[in-house]
Design a protein around this ligand. Structure first.
Ligand SMILES: *[C@@H]1O[C@H](CO)[C@@H](O)[C@H](O)[C@H]1NC(C)=O
Ligand SMILES: *[C@@H]1O[C@H](CO)[C@@H](O)[C@H](O)[C@H]1NC(C)=O
Ligand SMILES: *[C@@H]1O[C@H](CO)[C@@H](O)[C@H](O)[C@H]1NC(C)=O
Length: 262
């Protein structure tokens, strides 16, 4: 199925909600959609020993975060290489935006001289469609991307936390015998019942790794400003569902309503 204009997507959802699944399904159905993953770009640059890759790697080895502006530069390079973003010499063009990236002063400048304030023009051709993955994670980062190339569809994937935890922490125990069932890989023949005695199974709260609960909580705290940012920009859409299979058809139909060829 082909698109009528460029789609620039971000999927936002709790860990375990199935963002990767939805991304894969979107890309399969709409082959014009590319995946631009900040993690992949970083790994590729490290592997190919680019100046940015070398610099990022030394940060990571020192246990430091890779600064926003480095990630932004990776994305900028990728979009420019694909021809979806062009440095624009005409001062007043419809799709241009002015950016100025503040690079940290110091040794880094040898590798990355500051990008002078420059106009960029982005392509609205359907072939310039992508899902941006891994970045932005904060509202500040989102504003920086918006200045370069505005994201035009942000999906808030909403599944109750209890359901996600249930999916991840899917261990059920038959207390008297100690038999353990794993609802994904070793499900009981009858839901919630021991195979041999037919007695009820229980799930202990501590079966669920605390790290998952902590990650979920961190997601909720961090994603709020990001969601609000895109809501203000008028590009946010929330989809609810308890499983990926329930969410996919809703996502496809909304995506087609917005970007489908007429
Ligand atoms: C995103 O979805 C959550 C439910 O997961 C909802 O509570 C929240 O209001 C939504 N955010 C926005 C900005 O609509
Ligand atoms: C369920 O089984 C799979 C495969 O053995 C395993 O990866 C997963 O961690 C198990 N889940 C739980 C909660 O034990
Ligand atoms: C999703 O799960 C919640 C909680 O179990 C339930 O109340 C709700 O009806 C479910 N929604 C759908 C569409 O199945």
């Amino acid at each position: 199925m082909s698109l009528s204009r460029a789609a620039r997507l971000i999927l936002i959802g709790a860990p375990g909600v199935g963002k990767g699944t939805q991304t894969g399904r979107l890309m399969k159905r709409y082959p014009q959609l590319a995946s631009i993953s900040s993690g992949d770009l970083l790994r590729n640059n490290v592997r190919h020993r680019t100046p940015l890759g070398i610099q990022a790697e030394s940060r990571m080895k020192a246990g430091a975060l890779v600064p926003d502006d480095m990630i932004l530069r990776l994305i900028l390079n990728e979009l420019t290489t694909r021809g979806w973003l062009k440095s624009d010499i005409k001062p007043y063009s419809l799709n241009s935006a002015s950016i100025s990236l503040d690079f940290q002063k110091g040794a880094d400048d040898i590798f990355f001289p500051s990008i002078p304030t420059q106009n960029y023009e982005y392509s609205d051709d359907p072939s310039a469609s992508f899902i941006l993955d891994g970045f932005p994670r904060t509202a500040v980062q989102a504003s920086k991307i918006d200045e370069l190339i505005p994201i035009n569809f942000v999906v808030n994937i909403s599944t109750p936390a209890a359901i996600i935890l249930d999916r991840i922490c899917n261990r059920w125990v038959h207390e008297p015998s100690g038999r353990i069932y794993n609802t994904t890989f070793n499900a009981p023949k009858v839901d919630g019942r021991d195979d041999i005695t037919g007695e009820p199974l229980t799930r202990r709260a501590d079966d669920c790794p605390e790290t998952w609960k902590a990650r979920l909580k961190a997601f909720e705290d961090n994603s709020m400003p990001l969601l609000e940012h895109y809501d203000k920009m008028g590009v946010l859409w929330t989809v609810e569902g308890n499983s990926s299979d329930e969410i996919t058809p809703k996502l496809f139909s909304e995506f087609e309503r917005r970007f489908g060829a007429r």
